[in-house]
Design a protein around this ligand. Structure first.
Ligand code: UD1
Ligand code: CA
Length: 477
């Protein structure tokens, strides 16, 4: 066994309002690649090895906590409240009572910087440990450093301090190495320094960045240089869109490398928790959302949107299908333009074709509903054929009722099944029938008016129509 690593706690700053988001929703709850930003931040800290996660919350703190509990499990995060935002240093100070006797390291990150990878955080923690330094920081070379604190180094390139943009001299403003705002700090040093900050700066705030100068006086401050894309924080929706793109690209790339083909990867959108089996193929414009899970060899053609869907191996989804909270068995074929609404459960080899909508419906093995149907609150057996235009009338304006088709039933086109109703095993329903009573097994149900052919009647109707037209024209003239 390797020696036990020092324990790591993480403090995630997320009390800010996010005024520039122009939103009623707390900034950190805005989603990027299918998850609230703060969920990404907490997950990164967890994956980096933090055994305690303290989020500093202010605006909408109850709502943020509720989302975190729901997404990650109750009790995964501890909350420190910062009801007035007096600066990043003040925010961290609010978490200190929870870390009074903490012996290990402390990782400080932001709730609005979701692109930061756990590997990077790990590297930061290791740099701090390797340098036996009280504090280590992440920095980045910035094309446009506006808004970032600048890293000021001495002639030997050692970090001296971080200077906020508003406190920069002309020369400091030209420095292109920016402070990511992410720190690995030794707990004792943090306790001693963070409660003794002052507000002697342009913004009259308690700057967390002031710890850097204090640490540099004790021991050289190790830095981990990362790409700007990874540290970008979100202040407005344009930046949110940029971060979303970064996260999307990463998720897509992970699936490509795991054996999933995509015809236009930059037009495919996959949420964080989605799972996809190998040899699956995704067309352009496909969205896989929530906890969608695809088996192996699944093909999803252009424009289909799946939310919390579960598809077994070899399923074929043709273009422009919408599937939500449903299960699809192996080798089933859907679409184009099929709509599976919640609680649709399709067995193996089922075919559901164009303009077929299902809701709360089970369809047994090998059964087919290939065209223009609504199947709601239905239980359909194996080997059934549901003809074009079949409708389950499941709603009487008050109640929802069930339609049951036993195995091997054949439903002719343009049938209405008025629920509650049951069609027995192997029964046959003639096209155009309105089924209002149960059909016994093996019977033929038919309710339409008997056809009669009236010889020559067509010509007569046509003549009469022409005469009416002439009469109307005469009136107008
Ligand atoms: C901070 C850093 C800056 C760095 C930049 C990187 C300071 C003083 N400056 O600046 O050097 O380049 O991040 O993005 O630390 N927050 C609170 N409570 C507060 C203040 C902030 O929780 O009282 C949270 C915010 O919600 C946000 C994060 O801390 O998630 C950063 O705050 P922000 O005001 O955006 O800091 P910057 O001015 O960008
Ligand atoms: Ca910021």
């Amino acid at each position: 066994m390797a020696e036990k690593k020092t324990e790591l706690a993480s403090v995630i700053l997320a009390a800010g309002l996010g005024t520039r988001m122009k939103s009623d929703l707390a900034k950190v709850l805005h989603p990027a690649a299918g998850a609230p930003m703060i969920v990404w931040a907490v997950q990164a800290a967890k994956d980096a090895g933090a055994s305690r996660i303290i989020v500093v919350l202010g605006h909408q703190h109850e709502r943020v906590k509720a989302v975190l509990d729901a997404e990650l499990g109750a009790g995964v995060v501890e909350v420190a409240l910062q009801l007035e935002q007096l600066g990043t240093g003040h925010a961290v100070a609010q978490a200190m009572p929870l870390l009074e006797s903490w012996k290990g390291g402390v990782l400080i990150t932001y709730g609005d910087a979701p692109a930061l990878r756990p590997e990077t955080l790990r590297a930061l923690v290791e740099a701090q440990a390797a340098g036996k330094a009280p504090l280590a920081i992440i920095t980045s070379r910035l094309r446009v450093p506006t808004g970032y604190g600048r890293i000021v180094r001495d002639a030997k390139k050692r970090v001296l301090r971080v200077v906020e943009e508003k406190d920069c001299t002309e020369r400091q403003r030209k420095l292109d190495e920016g402070n990511a705002g992410i720190y690995a700090v030794e707990a004792g040093f943090l306790r001693k320094t963070v409660t003794r900050l002052d507000t002697r700066n342009a913004q009259k705030e308690l700057y967390l960045t002031d710890l850097v100068e204090k640490a540099a006086k004790v021991k050289a401050v190790p830095t981990v240089l990362v790409d700007e894309e990874e540290i970008q924080g979100v202040n407005d929706r344009a930046q949110l869109a940029a971060v979303d793109r970064v996260l999307q690209r990463r998720i897509v790339e992970r699936h490509l490398r795991a054996g999933v083909s995509m015809r236009a990867p930059d037009q495919v959108f996959i949420d964080r928790q989605v799972e996809i089996g190998r040899d699956s193929v995704l067309g352009p414009g496909v969205h896989l959302r929530g906890k969608t899970r695809l088996g192996a060899g699944v093909t999803i053609d252009a424009g289909s949107i799946l939310t919390d869907a579960e598809l077994a191996d070899g399923v074929l989804v043709r273009a422009y299908c919408v599937i939500a909270e449903s299960h699809v068995g192996a080798r089933a074929q859907l679409g184009p333009f099929a709509h599976l609404r919640p609680a649709s459960v399709l067995a193996e080899d089922v075919h559901v074709g164009n303009f077929v909508e299902t809701k709360k419906t089970r369809i047994g093995k090998g059964s087919k509903a290939n065209h223009l149907s609504y199947l709601g609150d239905a239980i359909i057996g194996e080997g059934c054929n549901v003809g074009a235009g079949t409708i389950t009338c499941n709603y009487d304006g008050v109640n929802k009722d069930e339609t049951i088709l036993e195995d091997g039933v054949f439903i002719g086109s343009d049938t209405q099944l008025v629920a509650p109703v049951r069609v027995g095993r192997g029964a046959y329903v003639g096209a155009g029938t309105t089924v209002t009573e149960d059909v016994p097994a093996g019977a033929l149900a038919i309710s339409r008016v008997k056809q009669e052919n009236r010889a020559g009647k067509a010509e007569q109707l046509r003549t009469r129509a022409l005469e009416r037209k002439k009469a109307k024209q005469a009136v107008r003239a």
